[in-house]
Design a protein around this ligand. Structure first.
Ligand code: ATP
Length: 518
């Protein structure tokens, strides 16, 4: 993670919040390039969910909501994490995460055995058969299953003594100090609260929303009445959410203030399974499409889809869920949740109906009767997606002449700056000509004009920012109205006519390239 964090800071992607005051733990600010990349990822999500689906509409609900909402949603009572403290180091951890990190050792052993066997058997290697029959793999798998089962049983029953006993039995130590001196496990509510106006005490207590989803549920009727949507249909929104995370580590992976991109899809009761499967596949395709660009950029010199993205089915379900699966991404610190797809049944609408006293039903003209719809949700963290894209893109390359270059191989559709316009020299009318190109292109794309330093140095700087194309104006440009376009990844240069520049760049960087593949 170290090179990722320092590159993000040095090149204006991510800064620690309040840095001149020594920072604020697990809160981050996005710099000039970070905000562009974040906007582009959000845009990719929004367009694929809302623009590409006639039956999904957008919403932007407020962060503050009526406090009863969080009682109805179950967050006041059940939005808790099991925490455990180390008595020696005074560090606080999530009990379930300590166990999950421990299990990662077994996953790694399986991966190592598989790789060894792949090398030994070469082209004849059958991975599925190996995983199903190798005794070492089977032993490790059984161990994972057993520990997972015991952890999930303890969590389900809220049996904290059993959870602590499991941590002790496995010999799990404080990852930072090695101490095994643990406190009991306790529950901790993750919601931040604040006060409304001048009303003191419980009556004026407001929560900062811990998820954007509830804003969608409470607007279900408004959206239904103000649009011509019929079930099945979805409501999508992106926005800030706040959680008082016990352990906020791993950079922007786990923050206390973060952004979610959520969509609630309302369906006829009984059709949950069908839509759950539909959105599961759709969302995986969205991730794979992006990763496919990555493979193309790197000439296939990349791990396969399954080594980067996988489904992980939940055994312990959240208080609202009937079925749930995570899309996990292989971050630099291992596979972790990137997105959740949940079949929530009618839990939320039924609870809001009960708590608000308002009917949240839908009259189905095809059935001639009414019901409270069921919901399938897709929920992804924008910051986590940012980390996935950014960490995947950062590369240190050794060139043929032995020199090193740092290059951020972002898919062009997401890159903050699409083109840099560079005059070869700062004289002979080249800057004026380059400025004209820049002024034309900036109407359509985020561009940069740069005339400082030698051309090689300017290319390197654009490589580090992740700019996919550089346009260089030289003396020949003045003679024949052509310029060179340099590609970030291959560093290949090609001459193209000035009049075609806009068209050529657009074709390479437009979001449509991704959307068309979905
Ligand atoms: P985790 O188990 O990692 O705490 P979760 O299961 O609580 O996550 P959800 O409630 O399903 O997460 O939230 C949906 C998505 O929001 C997650 O998949 C993740 O991408 C994002 N997310 C949740 N908590 C955070 C956080 N503290 N910082 C950044 N992103 C988050």
């Amino acid at each position: 993670m170290k090179p990722i964090v320092s590159h993000a800071k040095e090149y204006g992607y991510i800064f620690s919040s309040s840095e001149i005051y020594d920072g604020l733990s697990a809160v981050y600010d996005y710099g000039p390039y970070g905000v562009e990349l974040k906007n582009n990822i959000r845009n990719y999500w929004w367009k694929s969910m809302v623009q590409m689906h006639e039956n999904v509409v957008g919403l932007d609900s407020a962060i503050f909501m009526h406090p009863e909402i969080w009682k109805a949603s179950g967050h006041v009572d059940a939005f808790n994490d099991p925490l455990i403290d180390n008595k020696d180091s005074k560090k606080r951890y999530r009990a379930d995460q300590l166990i999950e990190d421990y299990l990662e050792k077994y996953h790694k052993k399986i991966a190592k055995d598989t790789e060894k066997a792949r090398k030994r058997f070469g082209a004849e290697f059958d991975e599925a058969q190996f995983l199903a029959t190798n005794p070492n793999v089977l032993r490790n798998k059984a161990k994972i299953e057993e520990i997972n089962f015991r952890m999930n049983e303890a969590l389900k029953k809220e049996d904290f003594a059993a959870l602590k006993a499991l941590i002790e039995e496995l010999g799990i130590a404080d990852p930072e100090t090695g101490s095994k001196n643990w406190t009991d496990v306790r529950m901790f509510n993750l919601m931040f609260s604040t006060q409304l106006g001048t009303i003191a005490g419980e009556t004026g207590k407001l929560y900062l929303r811990p998820e954007t989803a509830q804003g969608i549920f409470v607007n279900f009727l408004n959206v239904l009445k103000s649009t011509r949507q019929k079930i099945p249909f979805g409501i999508a929104q992106t926005g800030k959410a706040f959680r008082n995370e016990i352990v906020a580590r791993q950079f922007i992976f786990r923050m206390r203030e973060f952004e979610q991109m959520e969509m609630q899809f309302f369906v006829r009761p009984g059709e949950e399974e069908k839509w759950y499967t539909y959105w599961k596949e759709k969302r995986m395709k969205w991730h794979r499409t992006l990763y496919y660009q990555d493979i193309k950029i790197n000439n296939s010199n990349r791990p396969s889809f399954d080594q980067i993205l996988r489904f992980h089915k939940h055994e312990k379900l959240a208080h609202y869920a009937r079925a749930a699966v995570d899309i996990e991404f292989h971050f630099p610190f291992g596979f972790r949740e990137l997105e959740g797809i949940h079949s929530r049944g009618d839990f939320d609408l039924a609870r809001h109906q009960e708590f608000s006293g308002k009917k949240l039903r839908y009259f189905d003209p095809e059935l001639g009767s009414g019901y409270v719809p069921s919901v399938v949700e897709t929920s992804i963290g924008l910051d986590r997606m940012f980390l996935a894209v950014f960490s995947q893109a950062l590369d240190e390359e050794t060139l043929e002449d032995g020199s090193q270059r740092t290059v951020l191989r972002l898919p062009a559709e997401l890159a903050p700056v699409k083109v840099a316009v560079l005059p070869l020299l700062k004289k002979d009318g080249l800057p004026e000509e380059a400025r004209q190109v820049f002024d034309r292109l900036k109407l359509e794309f985020m561009c940069q004009y740069d005339e400082k330093d030698a051309i090689g140095k300017r290319y390197r700087r654009q490589d580090a920012i992740g700019t996919p194309y550089c346009l260089t104006v030289d003396h020949q440009t003045l003679e024949d109205q052509t310029l060179t376009i340099r590609e970030r990844d291959s560093m290949k240069q090609e001459r193209i006519p000035l009049e075609k520049v806009g068209e050529v760049v657009k074709e390479k960087v437009q979001m449509e390239n991704l959307l068309r593949q979905l």
